[in-house]
Design a protein around this ligand. Structure first.
Ligand code: DAH
Length: 360
């Protein structure tokens, strides 16, 4: 047997023995690659005499062709086998239900939804959003808002007080979003048109009160803002928010230290069914407090009450969420119960907009 025959049978044996595509590729490289055994033989052709080349050259080329064909054939077999193996292993049950993505399954909490709805409504009317700290000074929470020292109105708020700090100052958890009124007046020039959604705190807990709750405050300051403007803004808000064509509102005289005159606003509703309906019926429901900003509050904000005037309002966000979506117990809002969220939560990709709909 010649040396070529030996090499050939060795290579054919290797080819037959290659069990997968990687193995056959390794054989190809070892025979036909740059430094492969067959390639090395081909390189010797150059140093042969013409006669030698005629015999041996033809034999080497024949070997190369045979090995190339054998490798190609083996590769095809192995490729088919690999596909068959995958087909057997990777069965796909097309009748299984598609699992929804996290973005589909997650839910937006009603408080976040209501905040987005309110923001969309007031942004459309030209308002911006303002925010302030939850841990507030006694000054911004009370004094700057015209609560006299030692006045019982301070007690009415069931305030959470912190221990006095090193300077003897006793901070509070803000009892309302109104402190952001003065903070905003200090920070920006009129005209001011802002809404302030945020967390508020009072020592109170039952089906309609929670120690942490949410309010949304509104403030408009310019040279001519008046009660008629206030009434229009609130009516437009209520119609859009409750998604009804008309609402009837009742302004009752009231008292807040930071507004003069002050009002409490009721909206007409029908409470005969399981869900309160607005825009119809003969009942009234209180939804917010409002009034013209007190001159002392304007002064606290660094504004001259002879030059500027304005109106403000504040309402319980959780409360109007309960009304709009028929949620009976406020405490459920903060229990982190997935079943409640699945029932009352909102689909994450349906963002509330005035053109797309607030509460699809
Ligand atoms: N801060 C008041 C409260 O928490 C609500 C309120 C009433 C806010 C009248 C206002 C307002 O801005 O004008 O009870």
């Amino acid at each position: 047997m010649t040396e070529l025959d030996t090499l050939k049978s060795a290579l054919l044996a290797e080819i037959a023995g290659a069990g997968n595509e990687a193995a056959i590729e390794a054989v190809r490289v070892s025979a036909l690659g740059k430094k492969g055994s067959v390639s090395e033989l081909l390189k010797t052709l150059g140093s042969m005499t013409p006669e030698e080349r005629q015999n041996r050259g033809a034999a080497i080329n024949a070997l190369k062709t045979e090995i190339t064909d054998a490798i190609t054939a083996r590769k095809t077999v192995l490729k088919d086998a690999a596909i068959n193996d995958r087909l057997k292993a990777e069965t796909l049950d097309v009748s299984l239900p598609v699992r929804s993505s996290p973005a589909e399954r997650g839910r937006i909490h009603p408080i976040s939804q209501i905040t987005d709805e309110i923001t969309a409504i007031f942004a459309d009317m030209g308002f911006s959003i303002a925010e302030g700290p939850d841990v507030e000074t006694d000054y911004y929470n009370f004094t700057a808002l015209n609560f006299p020292e030692g006045h019982p109105a301070r007690e009415m708020h069931d305030t959470f007080f912190f221990q006095p700090d090193e300077k003897g100052e006793r901070k509070v958890l803000r009892t309302h979003t109104s402190p952001v009124q003065v903070r905003t007046m200090e920070a920006q020039e009129p005209p001011i048109r802002i809404v302030i959604p945020g967390k508020t705190y009072r020592q109170d807990s039952d089906a309609t009160h929670s120690p942490m709750f949410h309010q949304v405050e509104g403030l408009v300051i310019d040279k001519k803002a008046h009660v008629g403007n206030l009434r229009w803004v609130l009516e437009e808000f209520c119609k859009t928010f409750f998604e009804v064509d008309s609402v009837v509102m009742r302004f009752r005289p009231s008292f807040f230290p930071f507004t003069e005159p002050s009002f409490e606003v009721d909206i007409q509703c029908d409470r005969s069914g399981p869900i309160v309906k607005f825009g119809e019926g003969t009942d009234w429901m209180e939804i917010l407090g409002c009034g013209m900003v007190h001159p002392n509050v304007l002064r606290s904000g660094g504004l001259d009450p002879d030059e500027y005037q304005g109106f403000a309002w504040g309402m319980g966000l959780d409360r109007i969420a309960m009304l709009k979506y028929g949620m009976p117990d406020l405490r459920d809002f903060f229990n982190a119960d997935v079943r409640w969220m699945n029932h009352y939560g909102f689909r994450p990709l349906d963002m509330p907009t005035l053109f797309g709909g607030l509460s699809q």
